[in-house]
Ligand binder design. Sequence first.
Ligand SMILES: [Mn+2]
Length: 322
Amino acid sequence: MGTGADNKGDAAFRATTLTSTWHEPAYAGALSFMRRRYAASSEGADVAIMGIPLDVATSYRPGARFGPQAIRRISALYPPTDPAWPQGINPLEQLAIVDVGDAVWDYADPSAIPAQIERQAARHLESGATLVSLGGDHFITYPLLKAHAARHGPLALIQFDAHQDTWGDARGGIDHGNFVLRAAAEGLIVPAQSVQIGIRTIAPTNAGVLVFDAEAVANEGIAATIHAIRKRVGAAKAYLTFDIDCLDPAFAPGTGTPVPGGLMTREALAILRGIADLDVVGFDLVEVAPAYDHADMTANAAVAIIQHFLCAIAMRANKGVH
Ligand SMILES: [Mn+2]
């Protein structure tokens, strides 16, 4: 596609409205998530995109602090003027979306980081925007759940992951493998309405959460997976966290703790479409570590997943479209 004679460029800071879209070359220009306008505040926005470049909680390979950068860069490959496939709608024109940049903290004071993330997330939630967070390692979901539960009450958790993240830590340490156990213990999530999809590791406890593991997805199929999630979550307000390591390393090698035997990107996207009408009030995409990626394939899969979530918000806002 050509850019046309009226190419305006750099929508990341030149967009005149939050729904402005115009074509820009994917290889050039100021980057933001899907060329959405950068804004310090989410006031007036339906959706706020925030990077949370934390990777001090990883148990194996670090590098997810560069996830938001990689996701924003490859997101330019998705022309903001084009409808999403296969939904056939353009969420960027239906929703007012801002990129609020990255959460910030003092790296030399790690114990203060969780409260910083929670506070900055809460600030964007106050305006009524749906927060879409780009990790960062999976620890970030804990302060994000705190901020969301403070606003919405205890939430159903829909977790796409290779890992259950229910490992215990009596010290309450900053660990990317314990957010589910902590969230359950603190009443941030309702385990009886929560579900994990794609699991292929053994954890000490399920913490009351339903596990629909990678074998179940493969053997029972996409429709059964969708049915299991819908039955579990029902009409509850939900938080959706997508750890990119839910996908098989063949599809998402750029991550900190890869586990063979996971979902194909196509399967994950189909499942997300099948639950698009659930009342998901918050979303994060975590564990993209671009140093281990090849040809941006992991970050690219992440953007496709986020685009599906944006379509889901747009379709729920226009009931009857889907
Ligand atoms: Mn994981």
